[in-house]
Design a protein around this ligand. Structure first.
Ligand code: DSN
Length: 435
């Protein structure tokens, strides 16, 4: 695909912005990117995101817009919807959410009313801001309750979640996390939701790429509604997506348009627009369509499988170096290191690693005694380095380098040496490896 992003001449006109983009490009090329929620998209995805489609206003949905001239973007949005449905094997897809948070906001709008009760994965144990955090709309507009991992094992205990659900009687349960390294049993969540009469939302923003590759449990059969971002393991443009495996009759009757909206999918569409967003980003929707096609391609499954192999190789190597890996390992693309036995906090580790061109994020570990600004741990993820083509032998070298930095967070000479080694490992590797 040959698409011109912008005319170079014009871009150079804005020296400040183009120079900052060049600096960021160098940072991305030189470094080892281990932030679990980041990835590198293909040049096609980036080109389409930067295309002239950004010029079009298209509030509404294909065939029902509030603006003229939407014939072409209608076709684009329909294509993105059809590809999302094929990729996830679902009957309904809304490709308009600008982000995962917007997707969740729209779902909450559709399934809940302010003051309703939700039950989500505790952010401090690996959940997400939009699953009920008191500083987020989800914790301010709804009565938020939480389940977490077991102290000894670091994994979810579904009997315990059922006990909490029976006490709370939530209107909606959210299954999904941003720092949980184990597979999620959506069937168990369905049984729990059925027992307490709750809707079940699966937020698969993190593992969605692994799910479409058949390498992680699939929520489609078990959940009422699914949200995901499109830029993590799915490797598309920055954005959100809402899916339903089955549509069902709107159980709220009068909620919108005097009960004229018969199906839940229509309520979700209303929840996105006009409930939560204005004009859709058709350039990003087109890039989502491109990414979905890339994911349908068989080479994507090979990529996803390598993401997991790399994460397992790294977590095993950290364990053999005496690190405490939360839950003892990983089934997916990430894991958490609890650094308390190394006498380093997450913030100091993150800062020292960034100086060595290794990017991770500090992260609370379950039952953390430090604040979210300091933390006892770091989160490590493999989607981005796998896109750059790193295999097990190379990620093992990176584990050694991380260990060297963590044991010497105040030693600038060692950090400098590691930084040079990182640059030489990443040298001549494009951001997106076509193989
Ligand atoms: N989902 C968060 C992360 O995992 O980094 C961002 O919202």
């Amino acid at each position: 695909m040959q698409i011109i992003i912008f005319e170079k001449k014009k871009m150079l006109f804005d020296k400040e912005v183009s120079s900052l983009i060049e600096q960021e490009k160098k940072r991305q090329l030189d470094g080892v990117e281990l932030i679990a929620s980041e990835n590198f998209t293909s040049s096609e995805v980036m080109s389409v995101t930067g295309s002239i489609l950004t010029n079009k206003y298209a509030e509404g949905y294909p065939g029902k817009r509030y603006y003229g001239g939407c014939e072409v973007v209608d076709e684009i949005e329909k294509l993105a919807i059809e590809r999302a449905k094929e990729l996830f094997n679902v009957v309904y897809a809304n490709v308009q959410p600008h982000s995962g948070s917007q997707a969740n906001t729209a779902i909450f709008h559709s399934f809940l009313k302010p003051g309703d009760k939700i039950l989500g994965f505790d952010l401090a144990h690996g959940g997400h801001l939009t699953h009920g955090s008191p500083v987020n709309f989800s914790g301010r507009l709804y009565q938020a309750n939480f389940y977490g991992v077991q102290k000894e094992s670091g994994v979810l205990d579904y009997d315990n979640i059922l006990d909490i659900a029976k006490k709370v009687r939530p209107n909606m349960i959210i299954a999904g996390a941003s720092a949980y390294s184990r597979d999620i049993n959506y069937e168990n969540f369905r049984l729990i939701a059925n027992k307490v009469g709750a809707f079940l939302l699966a937020d698969i923003s993190h593992p969605s790429g692994l799910i479409v590759s058949g390498l992680h449990s699939n929520p489609v059969k078990h959940c009422d509604v699914i949200s995901t971002t499109t830029h993590k393991t799915l490797r598309g443009p920055r954005g959100g997506l809402i899916l339903m495996g089955q549509d069902f009759e709107n159980p709220f009757g009068e909620r919108y348009k005097n009960g004229k909206l018969k199906m839940m999918s229509s309520l979700i569409d209303m929840g996105v627009f006009p409930g939560n967003q204005g004009g859709p980003l058709e350039h990003v929707i087109a890039a989502k369509a491109v990414a979905f096609k890339e994911c349908i391609n068989t080479s994507f499954k090979k990529y996803s499988s390598q993401v997991i192999k790399n994460a397992k190789a790294m977590s095993n190597a950290f364990k053999s170096l005496g690190y405490d890996v939360v839950s003892g390992g990983t089934d997916n693309h990430l894991f958490l290191l609890d650094l308390r036995n190394k006498n380093v906090d997450g913030k100091s580790a993150e800062l020292a690693l960034v100086k060595a061109h290794i990017t991770v994020n500090k992260n609370m570990v379950p039952f953390d005694d430090k604040s979210p600004f300091i933390t006892s741990g770091i989160r490590i993820g493999t989607p981005a380095i796998t896109t750059r083509g790193l295999l097990e032998n190379e990620v093992l070298k990176i584990v050694e380098l991380i260990d060297e930095v963590i044991l010497n967070v105040n030693n600038d000479n060692i950090i400098k040496k590691v930084s040079n080694e990182v640059k030489s490992i990443m040298k001549d590797r494009p951001l997106f490896n076509e193989n």
